[in-house]
Design a protein around this ligand. Structure first.
Ligand code: TRP
Length: 345
């Protein structure tokens, strides 16, 4: 009898123990599940559409990731980046934009004007941040730079065009005619070539325009311009930037100095520019996107950020090629670079 009583007690205790452990197990797994759901809720998605690959835009994208990270949004942790490259193809840009919208990105980033325009056509509700769009208003993306009004704001990379033309005139005082090389389809270039023309005329220079419709026409355009101009100015034009090696090759053959609007293109064999740091443009774009992700700002009342500070960048090899010396007042401030190896063979 006594033993039986003990046995029942042991069995009863056993049942209680098993029950308790089972309850704990269940409870824990429920906790874990809740944890996972919470973590998932915190992962936000940024859709990035880059127009094409060229060194400047690639650097901007690197900057975008850095800016997001500095603001606390890190890929693989609390951020998913859906990156698409349109390879300068309008139908690809449109399809990719629609896809990014239907994937319900929290914020979209368009790198370069044609990419931003494609995104703008795909949504009027998801916030879009412009990564280096020269003239957001002219491209029909905002009501005004100060008060964008809709779902779009971002960073403008308006280069100091007049100062670049003045720099060219200073380095080549005997030059009388400037060639403008750009793509007819890019809004950003149309705007800047107008500014270049005004600045050139002010200095008493004449202008010859040469617009291309694709990278295939760039070599011939440089050859044609080389027949009559003393130097070539290139705005922030994606099509020409994408064919910069060709530009340098043809210009070198014909002994024509080239003044681009961006440091990366001087590193690819241009002579000089006053340029905005491309990575910094991207960092600022990433920061603006982060502020929107965090609910701290809304595109409609966030002014477009315009960079004003440019560095004077001069290619030493090109300077020597044209037997030029660095003007004394630029000695302290100009950043001297060399043509990046392998870009120009
Ligand atoms: N500003 C260009 C646009 O609006 C994009 C761009 C940024 C760019 N950096 C560049 C183009 C450098 C050529 C070279 O589309």
């Amino acid at each position: 009898m006594k033993n039986k009583g003990l046995m029942y007690t042991v069995i009863a205790l056993g049942i209680i123990l098993v029950g308790f452990l089972g309850f704990q197990l269940l409870h824990n797994s429920k906790d874990n599940k809740e944890q996972t759901v919470n973590d998932k809720e915190k992962v936000l998605t940024v859709g990035v559409l880059q127009f094409v690959s060229h060194p400047a835009l690639d650097q901007i994208y690197e900057g975008v990731k850095e800016g997001l990270k500095e603001a606390g949004y890190e890929e693989g942790k609390n951020l998913k980046i859906n990156f698409q490259n349109g390879q300068a193809d309008q139908s690809k840009l449109d399809t990719m934009s629609k896809q990014l919208v239907s994937d319900q990105a929290d914020v979209l980033i368009g790198i370069a004007t044609p990419a931003a325009q494609a995104l703008a056509n795909a949504t009027t509700t998801i916030p879009i941040v412009l990564g280096a769009v020269t003239d957001p208003k002219g491209a029909g993306l905002v009501e005004s730079n100060e008060k964008p009004g809709g779902n779009i704001t971002g960073v403008s990379d308006q280069p100091p065009v007049a100062s670049i033309i003045e720099l060219a005139h200073k380095l080549l005082p005997a030059g009388k005619k400037v060639g403008l090389l750009y793509s007819s389809s890019e809004m950003n270039s149309k705007f800047q070539t107008g500014q270049a023309e005004t600045a050139a005329k002010k200095l008493g220079l004449t202008v010859e325009r040469k617009a291309v419709t694709s990278t295939n026409e760039v070599a011939q355009a440089v050859q044609v311009l080389s027949q009559s101009v003393d130097f070539i100015f290139i705005p922030n034009d994606n099509t020409v930037a994408n064919a910069m090696e060709t530009v340098t090759q043809e210009a070198d053959k014909n002994n024509i100095p080239v003044f681009p609007s961006v440091d990366t293109m001087v590193e690819q064999g241009g002579l000089a520019t006053i340029g905005i740091n491309q990575k910094e443009l991207g960092v600022k774009t990433g920061e603006m996107a982060a502020a929107i992700l965090a609910g701290k700002s809304k595109p409609q009342d966030t002014a477009v950020y315009t960079f004003t500070k440019g560095d004077t960048i001069i290619n030493e090899e090109q300077l020597a090629k044209f037997n030029l010396t660095l003007p004394a007042d630029l000695k302290d401030t100009a950043k001297l670079v060399q043509t990046a190896k392998g870009d120009n063979e």
